[in-house]
Design a protein around this ligand. Sequence first.
Ligand SMILES: *[C@@H]1O[C@H](CO)[C@@H](O)[C@H](O)[C@H]1NC(C)=O
Ligand SMILES: *[C@@H]1O[C@H](CO)[C@@H](O)[C@H](O)[C@H]1NC(C)=O
Ligand SMILES: *[C@@H]1O[C@H](CO)[C@@H](O)[C@H](O)[C@H]1NC(C)=O
Ligand SMILES: [Zn+2]
Length: 638
Amino acid sequence: MVVDHRSRDTVSMSMSNEKTLLPSSSAPYRVEQSDKESNWFSKNRKSIGVLFGLFLILQHFVISPYLLDFWEENSFKHGHGHGNRKSSCEQAEPIYPKNHNVSSIVEGQKDRIVNWLSGAVRVPTEVYDVMGEIGEDERWDVFYKFSEYLETSFPRVHQHLKRTRVITHALVFEWEGSDPSLKPLLLTGHQDVVPVLPATRALWTHDPFGGEYDGEFIWGRGSSDDKSGVIGILSAIELLLESGDFTPTRSVILAFGCDEETGGKVGASHLGQWIEEKYGKDSIAILVDEGNELEEAWGQLFAAPAVGEKGYMDLELKVETLGGHSSVPPQHTGIGYIALLIAALEKHPHEPHLNVESPLVNYLACGADNSPEFPKHLKKSVYKVEDSLSSKNGKVDRKALKELEDWWIEGSYKDGTLPKGTGRALVGTTQAVDIIDGGLKVNALPENVVAIVNHRISLASSVAELQQQLVDVIYPVAHKLNLEVEAFGKEIQFHECHMHGAKDITGPKAGKVILNVAHNMTLDPAPVSPFTVDSAAWRVLSGTVKGVYATRPEAKSSKEEAEKTIIMAPSISTGNTDTRHYWNLTRNIYRFAYLVEAKKTNHNNIHTIDEHLPANAFVEQVRWFANFIVNVDESRDI
Ligand SMILES: *[C@@H]1O[C@H](CO)[C@@H](O)[C@H](O)[C@H]1NC(C)=O
Ligand SMILES: *[C@@H]1O[C@H](CO)[C@@H](O)[C@H](O)[C@H]1NC(C)=O
Ligand SMILES: *[C@@H]1O[C@H](CO)[C@@H](O)[C@H](O)[C@H]1NC(C)=O
Ligand SMILES: [Zn+2]
């Protein structure tokens, strides 16, 4: 399938576009206050209310623009201080393992942790767009070497966890808990990597499969995407086992795919089925897969796991016309027709739309509450939306919501927060005409002309809606050109598209337009996972992020560092991960990696030359996995 380069960019989008969602900023952190102040505010709410009332009256008479500014600044400053507005970005408390000193297991282990990842990078588990069957196409065989590498590197994991080769190279590890009534934790990742193109090999400053460690970074393909995930999880468990201090009450399941970069058709699809057959639907407490890393936004550090993923469909747009000699041509050839149809598509891009339920509304609420550099006008709109939702009739303030939508579509680009097009892609369905094919000879009319249009479907839409929209745009143009239309397996009649005021044209048709799904694959947008503190899954995820952040090495060495906080906010992914195959297993799916990026390294160069990972960040990721495993184990809420 041609999906390859596309799913490669899929993941790079899921990583890179997602990441660019969080603007980088070098502004200093705000010294944190919120907890204490908000308590003080809630205790003194009544008197504050009276004071504010008096202040309002004064203001009304004094009419001072300065006072007005002062008032707005202060009333919007604190998440919980403003009237009885309920913040939609309430933060969870940090969670620390109660019965185990988990963080101590990584102490003094940096060299081993780095070596584990380096060695994994040295096994070139490349997957290609078109692969034969396992057993026939020998390019799969490198995965045997990778699983042998795992066996020798993580002996305790292999001793205590049951490994199953679900489909030769797709691996499941089960660490059985003592209490079968508790839903298992599922941690997933992928063993495969994007190939290193021979043409780019010379551009690498480090051997892409050398796993070199220069004292600061681990270099090579997969060092970040996603061997850091697979090795991070296994390292955490190996060290937990080695400490002898922890045996799980709740089962822990690991699932490692072998072709995520080409859609998980072989690996994750079988892993998902296997786990569903053995454990059942909705049998998993919480699932964490690769995804968004930590980043700064508006001068504040955020962890913004993707709680949803956009959908996917490639459209095959085909025009069939009669061939013939080009010395006696019709007005339009097939290429002319398809050009007109493509022009129509590009003239009618899909309208972006921000639902009030979208995690992206919440994301802004988190920014408004916590970021010192959050735009003021946007903060007002965010709070208007929140206030309207918690008002008596609960009707959303459409005008304010539209302002948030406009910010994603245009404002985020204009104010320099996001690169052009990124915000729009997050709130809308995108289309990109990526492939065109037609015509062979300059004196022959082309009989078949085909274009492939890539779509990433908005969380607010669906495959079915997209298909109808395409018919609605294509049909009127095709109709005027006297072309028949067949769309997604059925002939379209005149009344079936939403076309007004046009006359039906009779007589022989000039040709036919055929719309089909290309690559035989469609994907609706993923169900959105819970992203508020009402959800136990979100709380344990958030609490672990906050606990691990609060105990990071820098926090011990400086007071300023110790005072910094990390904010949890939901985000979405424009690309897709293996989690598409795991929807039946749990509602609580989070695409997230506790990885602090090295500054200005463009997402660790995943999918391109010089992919790398800062070693210290990786050690922290291992510490995060260990804490998360124990925190989920100790939780009785999920
Ligand atoms: C956990 O262990 C580390 C070092 O091994 C130590 O610094 C820390 O104080 C311990 N924490 C607790 C809560 O015992
Ligand atoms: C498309 O996928 C369906 C189900 O996944 C399968 O039955 C069908 O044979 C596939 N068609 C092609 C052309 O690959
Ligand atoms: C999820 O469950 C539905 C309904 O049983 C089933 O049709 C579908 O194939 C399952 N999805 C996956 C990815 O296994
Ligand atoms: Zn990946």
